[in-house]
Design a protein around this ligand. Structure first.
Ligand SMILES: [Zn+2]
Length: 138
């Protein structure tokens, strides 16, 4: 694999390629998604890339009623809230992501522990394309 630094820029580049990548500490094995270049567990700086399978479980979630401007542009508002959450990946790391395919009008139907799979949301803005990490019920 080509050399990429363990940064948010690399992480976003991989997302654009529809790959969910994290870093793993060679010293203690702790995994980080997005990647970190220094391990907060053992302060080691020897990291390697690992590719996540993109499956996990919902660990926590919130329904957002007051979205940021680009989300308002996508049609989200107080009457149409969207869900964000923390996903515990099969590999063990936890990652923040949008949760799609759930109904914030019925938050009682959104269950902590429900199985999820990755979904890449691409957004075009002029010549720039960005990808957002999302998960949906598996
Ligand atoms: Zn470590």
């Amino acid at each position: 694999m080509e050399e990429r630094s363990f940064s948010d820029i690399s992480y976003e580049k991989f997302l654009n390629e529809e790959r969910l990548m994290g870093s793993r500490c060679k010293g203690c094995g702790t995994q980080y998604v997005p990647p970190r270049s220094i391990c907060v567990d053992c302060y080691g700086s020897e990291m390697e890339w690992i590719e996540m399978k993109g499956r996990g479980r919902l660990a926590a979630f919130t329904c957002i009623n007051i979205p940021p401007p680009f989300m308002i542009a996508q049609g989200y508002n107080r009457k149409n809230p969207y869900c964000t959450g923390v996903v515990e990946l099969e590999e063990g790391a936890r990652v923040d992501a949008r949760i799609e395919g759930v109904d914030c009008a019925k938050p009682e139907d959104i269950k902590v522990g429900m199985p999820l799979k990755v979904k890449y949301l691409h957004r075009e803005e002029g010549e720039k394309s960005e990808t957002y990490l999302a998960f949906e019920p598996a």
